[in-house]
Design a protein around this ligand. Structure first.
Ligand code: ADP
Length: 579
């Protein structure tokens, strides 16, 4: 080789070494912002992006369906206040992930759905590309924000924008569109490095106006029957110590919404959960902390709310105020700042609630707890939700650090009221939409994020939406124990076929006596089939101690459970079904 040719070859090699591309810049930009995990499912055009993430020291958790990967990312976001990342292929993969993105936005969980997309020129002219879809516009109604990056040098700023949009203010889901050609674009490495952006103070504190704090305190001071309602916005805020101090210093009884359970231990003497209907109906001033007056709270009106009342509402989103009923004292800011401002204003002149109010609540609680204990202590055969949940409750009491995932109809309703939580952000459930299908996604997200065991308490119907992820749980050897309340059907398994001459079973029926435990055995996990509370206790204790993937098929009475659980009023009935 001549000296000049050798020099030229060296220069080319040097140039090659100093180039970067869209793939690398996406990974660099995520890492630059402390993001270390991607949940997703590979395929055209993002397989190499996932490979590269792994090569660069990030975790890539590969799923069997994008919806579950998206749910894992969303719950990771809720647990950490950092956006969870879900990576999918174009069109159908994107659409599968979009369900999770919409759910994250609805629940105010920060996540970013990153999807590869087909060639822009072809998509925009609708010329029929492989997996052609205008994903950016499809995502917009379901996301808090949606962006597309077209040039490699914009990757740094695009990812920064997505991160800030997901976590600042009211958190939510962000869609980020990455066209295939962007990933392959090359760029001078030095310029690429310079284009990265580290997001400074991604979720700035939002300090409440002092007059709004005073207005709230004045209202609280004058209350005869005050009540505090904690929502998952309060749990998300990670202001646990101040929230507890506010509750204990004021002595006001409180109710946790389902995902705020454990913010204070459910056994706390001021918890009014066991007298829920009574306090909602009787309170005269209710302070909402990170909770919306949506359907889960009967929109703040009607029979549930009984006596006229005034509301104080702490929320980061000003438009949440007066969304359903008039709010007498809005306090706009982040929960941490608002609660600490309220705490600072609580002085010696602030009396505790009257013994008449707290005494009446204690009386209701005692009565309801005694009644519940009697139901829980029965041992019917076959077992039912109550006897099975008594067993689960007692095992989980010994492991307050365990994450609990919960979905179903009756399985959700009964677990929420029977299984106590002791630590914040340990309960992940059907949430704002009351949906099914979050189970295995949330379980995987929680296990990967916390490194702690997860117990997923699932209705047999709910489990079906994400059941294939048992393979993912086994592949990554996650300490997830899934308990399936198996009553052979949706709601229950004993409905008749309304057309007995037709070939099919009832619309709510599943295969009778199904053995879901065999499913996990197919992937090397541990399966248990139990029919009594004692067997359930033994299996659950053993499975948690093993720290390995396990599934307990808990066969319960097929007549146990009511249609639609506690949401009977939301389910219109035709004359045929009523027969
Ligand atoms: P739940 O279902 O538990 O009642 P919601 O999801 O309905 O809770 O309400 C959560 C509320 O918390 C939302 O209105 C959201 O804007 C608010 N929120 C979320 N994060 C924060 C935060 N850091 N500070 C203040 N409010 C927050």
């Amino acid at each position: 080789m001549s000296a000049t040719l050798e020099q030229a070859t060296m220069n080319t090699a040097k140039e090659t070494l100093e180039m970067t591309d869209g793939f690398h810049l996406v990974i660099d930009a995520l890492k630059h912002n402390g993001i270390d995990t991607i949940f997703g499912l590979v395929g055209i055009p993002i397989t190499d992006l996932a490979r590269l993430a792994q090569a660069e020291g990030m975790r890539f958790i590969g799923f069997r369906h994008e919806q579950n990967a998206g749910n894992a990312a969303a719950i990771a976001g809720y647990m950490t206040q950092k956006p969870g990342i879900c990576l999918t292929v174009s069109a159908p993969g994107f659409l599968n992930g979009l369900t999770a993105l919409a759910n994250a936005t609805t629940n105010c969980f920060p996540m970013i759905l990153i999807s590869g997309s087909s060639e822009r020129e072809i998509v925009d002219l609708q010329q029929g590309d492989y997996e052609e879809m205008d994903q950016l516009n499809a995502a917009k109604p379901f996301a808090k924000a949606a962006y597309r990056i077209n040039k490699a040098e914009d990757i740094g700023i695009g990812i920064a924008r997505a991160i800030r949009a997901a976590v600042s203010g009211r958190p939510g889901g962000v869609y980020l569109d990455l066209p295939a050609q962007l990933l392959g674009q090359s760029l001078d490495a030095a310029r690429g490095k310079k284009s990265l952006v580290r997001v400074v103070d991604p979720a700035p504190r939002q300090i409440p106006a002092p007059d709004s704090v005073k207005r709230a305190l004045d209202l609280l001071k004058g209350a005869k029957r005050p009540l505090i309602l904690l929502g998952k916005g309060a749990a998300y805020a990670q202001a646990d110590a101040d929230i507890r101090a506010l509750i204990e210093k004021t002595g006001i009884p409180y109710l946790p919404m389902s995902m705020a359970k454990g913010l204070l231990p459910d056994t706390h003497p001021q918890s009014a959960s066991a007298a829920r209907s009574y306090v909602l109906a009787e309170a005269d001033v209710v302070m909402l902390i990170g909770a919306r007056l949506n359907w889960l709270l009967s929109h703040g009106k009607g029979k549930t709310w009984g006596a006229p009342k005034q509301f104080i509402q702490i929320d980061i989103a000003p438009t949440e105020i007066d969304s359903n009923v008039a709010i007498a004292a809005p306090v706009i800011g982040d929960v941490g700042s608002c609660v600490s401002a309220l705490l600072a204003g609580i002085n010696s002149g602030f009396g505790k609630p009257s013994a008449e109010w707290t005494g009446a609540i204690a009386e209701r609680k005692d009565k309801n707890l005694t009644k519940m204990a009697a139901t829980l202590n029965q041992n019917p055969s076959p077992m039912n939700y109550h006897s099975a949940l008594r067993a689960i409750r007692d095992v989980l009491k010994t492991r307050p650090d365990i994450n609990v995932v919960n979905e179903g109809a009756n399985a959700l309703d009964f677990t929420r009221s029977i299984v106590d939580m002791y630590q914040p952000r340990k309960r992940f459930d059907a949430g704002t939409w009351g949906i099914m299908g979050i189970g295995m996604g949330y379980a995987i997200g929680a296990a990967v994020t916390s490194g702690l065991p997860v117990v997923a308490i699932e209705g047999d119907s709910a489990f079906g939406f994400s059941g294939m992820e048992l393979e993912t749980i086994c592949r990554y050897r996650l300490p997830v124990v899934t308990v399936i309340f198996n009553n052979n059907g949706v709601y229950k398994g004993c409905d008749p076929n309304l057309n007995p001459k037709g070939p099919d079973v009832a619309v709510t029926a599943f295969v009778k006596g199904a053995r879901y435990d065999k499913m996990i055995e197919a992937f090397g996990g541990i399966g248990y089939n139990v029919t009594t509370p004692a067997e359930l206790t033994k299996a659950l204790t053993e499975a948690i101690a093993a720290g390995k993937p396990a599934l307990i098929n808990a066969a319960i009475d097929e007549a146990a459970g009511t249609e639609s659980g506690r949401l009977i009023n939301l389910n219109p009935k035709s004359a045929a079904a009523k027969k």
